[in-house]
Design a protein around this ligand. Sequence first.
Ligand code: GDP
Ligand code: MG
Length: 162
Amino acid sequence: MLPVIALVGRPNVGKSTLFNRLTNTRDALVADFPGLTRDRKYGTATFELRQFIVVDTGGISGNEQGIDARMAHQSLLAIEEADVVLFLVDARDGLTPTDIGISEHLRKQEKPVHIVVNKVDGLDGDSESADFYTLGMGSLLQIAAAHGRGVSKLIEAVLSPL
Ligand code: GDP
Ligand code: MG
């Protein structure tokens, strides 16, 4: 079984952009991965000869009703089946109450979590990241998923303990 990396966070933080950057096969056949359900979007990725599975999720908005509730439920299931969680946040929006809510859920899981501060393109990154350190969770890495900045370093950090 390949390592499974789940991308979670609010809508619009860049989860799908990172998913597309990491995966070659955008619609991996779930049947190839026993134990994973069909309800989430899986892709395979290869980094320096290591293969892993990436799971994209719809996002957790913090105000779950109707379709949002289903999306949030899927995100929670994705966290459960992952070996490691990438918790994406948005450098431009800064820390939001929903981010704090998601971090509280993640803290209860016994899963390695990396905070991924996305959209640092054109920003210094460090000043935008300061608030996210207050979440007090594992490591924090800065990326610009849309441009690729920081993505190799992120994957190296994520895969090395697995
Ligand atoms: P998701 O809802 O978390 O899957 O977010 P998306 O991947 O759909 O991205 C939401 C928006 O953020 C889109 O308009 C992306 O183009 C934009 N975006 C994603 N990554 C970056 C980035 O690194 N820098 C900037 N400036 N925008 C980004
Ligand atoms: Mg998306």
